[in-house]
Design a protein around this ligand. Structure first.
Ligand code: FAD
Length: 288
């Protein structure tokens, strides 16, 4: 099923993101994570794509195919283009077809200062244009409620986002944020700019102090006072941090659903316990 069709039901879409195991990981962890996550009946699961390679049999494409074929759950393959040539992308399109993949989150990827980017694709919009001419895939894109770090202003980033949607992105997933007001301000600007595709809010439960510090460092999300207060109080107590982080994410989700958000995309960090707690906490509000 194409992701665009999932949004046609009019219900709040609820989706998960996972990442493939690292080279020294185990294939069993993929199955045990998926056993638990698919039991929560998300509308789809997206699988990230990293440059570092993956365990044999556990590439993004293979996991996306397993989610669809074995677990009968819709899935999206993330794909970055910063280090790819047109020939690489031609090969990947063929692989997607072989694996029965229908949905792609088309990304530029982060530029590694030590690896000069390839010249073929400078932005995600160029990847979408190229792949759309050569396949019948359904494309999603990333968006940034507080602006992408490389953009001088949020308005400039939204102009570029419009290019991505005009190129063929039919659904957007947002970067994580902890202040819903930032997301509402962003939505207002995006809709005013004529971007009308469904936008899912990316929610990352703050259950691990180190992980969150790293993520916030990478994406520059602003932290409201109630978040920093919670963090300061519980960061050295993993259990309390986990419970407080789950409650904070649930509060964010309930507020977003009350405001009519198109969907919630949960960054599960491959943690089924947290995904279950959150799904159970919001199950009645999310399905209406
Ligand atoms: P783009 O849309 O190309 O935008 C990048 C920058 O260029 C922005 O500042 C934008 O304003 C600007 N820009 C865009 N188009 C133009 C234009 N035509 N002219 C001038 N400027 C332009 N990374 C991974 O490596 N693997 C993943 O699996 C992954 N998954 C992600 C999932 C989500 C939901 C999100 C939000 C991010 C994800 N990322 C992932 C991170 C992403 O690769 C980085 O944020 C990257 O720096 C930007 O990718 P993009 O697709 O948003 O780029």
């Amino acid at each position: 099923m194409k992701i665009r069709d999932i949004f046609k039901t009019g219900k709040t879409v609820f989706s998960f993101e996972i990442f493939p195991p690292k080279r020294n990981g185990s294939i069993d962890t993929v199955y045990s994570t998926l056993d638990e996550l698919t039991d929560l009946h998300p509308d789809f699961i997206s699988v990230t794509y990293g440059a570092g390679g993956s365990l044999p049999g556990c590439s993004t494409r293979e996991i996306v195919s397993i989610i669809k074929e074995k677990y009968h759950t819709e899935s999206i393959a993330h794909l970055t283009c910063v280090n790819s040539t047109k020939e690489d992308i031609d090969r990947i399109i063929k692989e997607f077809e072989q694996y029965g993949i229908e949905n792609v989150l088309a990304l530029r990827g982060d530029i590694n200062p030590d690896i000069p980017p390839k010249e073929d694709f400078k932005h995600a919009s160029e990847l979408i244009t190229y792949m759309k001419e050569r396949s019948s895939l359904c494309f999603s894109g990333a968006c940034y409620p507080e602006g992408h770090l490389e953009s001088a202003t949020l308005d400039e980033d939204i102009e570029n986002l419009k290019r991505k949607v005009d190129a063929g992105a039919e659904h957007l997933i947002s970067q994580l944020f902890f202040d819903n007001d930032c997301f509402y301000r962003f939505l207002e600007k995006v809709r005013a700019a004529g971007i009308n595709v469904p936008i899912e809010a990316g929610i990352m439960p703050c259950v691990n102090a180190k992980q969150i510090q790293r993520m916030v460092g990478l994406c520059g999300a602003s932290l409201p006072h109630k978040f920093t207060k919670m963090f300061a109080r519980f960061e050295n107590n993993p259990e309390a941090m986990r419970d407080a982080g789950i409650a904070y994410a649930n509060e964010q989700i309930i507020d977003l659903v009350s405001s009519g958000v198109d969907g919630i995309h949960l960054y599960t960090m491959n943690n089924p316990y947290v995904a279950r707690k959150i799904s159970e906490g919001v199950s009645s509000v999310i399905r209406i």
